[in-house]
Design a protein around this ligand. Structure first.
Ligand code: AKG
Ligand code: FE2
Length: 308
């Protein structure tokens, strides 16, 4: 059962045995198939912080059809670009934050500037950012999207997911809603299904940065058994087809052994993904004890113009 596996991996005492956690750094071809032959490689989008598609490692889980895993396709500069975007730009208006309800930020303040401004308020505020929503804003209570709660999707987030969709041969994906979850080392995300979207035929893209997650994915009901897998910085999972409505959650965050945002790479593409060194110094301290997950969804059916 999903709940039992969640409890097992969440436990710190006793520490769970991680031998059954699917590790795509070391793929077991009894459990996964190579998905590379199914990729369409029309152009490489260096400007999105990605490596050329010909260098990607992509798998589909044999017992979870439709669950596609792309092993960190980002360059080192790309990882830094997206981590800084998530922390500096996506944590302010017009996007919605969990912090909005707590009135901790004055009108002229934003999370990034306060947190990295060396004040006592900043130290206290830093771990309090838990989520941000984009496009059609996720309503955590009703789980319903509404035409009256919608702002613009960040352009580069839409471009990135459209490029991923096109490469994986999903037709006409439109990024219309997104959630970023900001995890501390002791955070978890309870089991749930993502069913608020009118269009659950469209894939859902989930991109992870920072510390490693144990990601748990079960079946269509809570009673089904679950599989655990590691999601490391840069890894992307796509929940498509029959896997789109499966239960999933994050029972544990583990410290990363290697930090791909620090890898020294040849041919890195910094001319397209620009960020500045002083922002990176700040973002790097944050990500050393945090995980960020950006998940992007299509809401509407093809041709549907609004929810009204
Ligand atoms: O953090 C993750 O990997 C999963 C996030 C998620 O499932 C969600 O926000 O719906
Ligand atoms: Fe989810």
């Amino acid at each position: 059962m999903f709940k039992d596996s969640f409890k097992y991996y969440k436990s710190r005492k006793p520490c769970p045995d991680l031998k059954d956690v699917i590790d795509l750094n070391n793929p077991d071809y009894n459990k996964v198939t190579d998905f590379r032959k199914r990729l369409l490689d029309e152009q490489c989008e260096y400007e999105l912080g990605l490596r050329p598609v010909k260098d990607w490692e992509v798998f589909e889980l044999r017992n979870i059809p439709g669950l596609i895993f792309i092993k960190n396709p980002f360059t080192t500069y790309g990882q830094r670009y997206w981590i800084i975007k998530c922390l500096k730009e996506y944590s302010r208006e017009p996007h919605k934050l969990n912090l909005d309800a707590h009135n901790v930020l004055n009108k002229d303040e934003n999370w990034w500037d306060i947190c990295f401004g060396n004040s006592d308020k900043g130290k206290e505020l830093l771990p309090k950012l838990r989520w941000a929503t984009f496009g059609y804003h996720h309503n955590w209570d009703t789980k319903l999207y509404s035409e009256t709660s919608r702002t613009k999707m960040p352009t580069e987030m839409s471009l990135l997911t459209s490029f991923l969709a096109q490469t994986l041969d999903f037709k006409d994906f439109k990024a219309e809603a997104a959630i970023i979850n900001y995890y501390r080392m002791n955070s978890t995300l309870a089991g749930h299904t993502d069913h608020s979207e009118v269009n659950v035929e469209a894939p859902l893209f989930s991109i992870s940065f920072g510390q490693t997650a144990i990601f748990l994915i079960g079946g269509l009901t809570q009673e089904d058994a679950a599989n655990a897998m590691f999601l490391r910085s840069g890894d992307i999972i796509v929940m498509s087809g029959k896997s789109r409505l499966r239960y999933h959650g994050v029972p544990k965050i583990l410290p990363t052994i290697d930090a791909p945002w620090d890898d020294i790479e040849m041919n890195d593409n910094n001319q397209h993904c620009t960020w500045n060194e002083s922002d990176w110094i700040k973002a790097k301290t944050y990500i050393s004890e945090a995980r960020i997950n950006m998940n992007v969804r299509q809401v509407l059916k093809p041709g549907q113009l609004s929810l009204l």
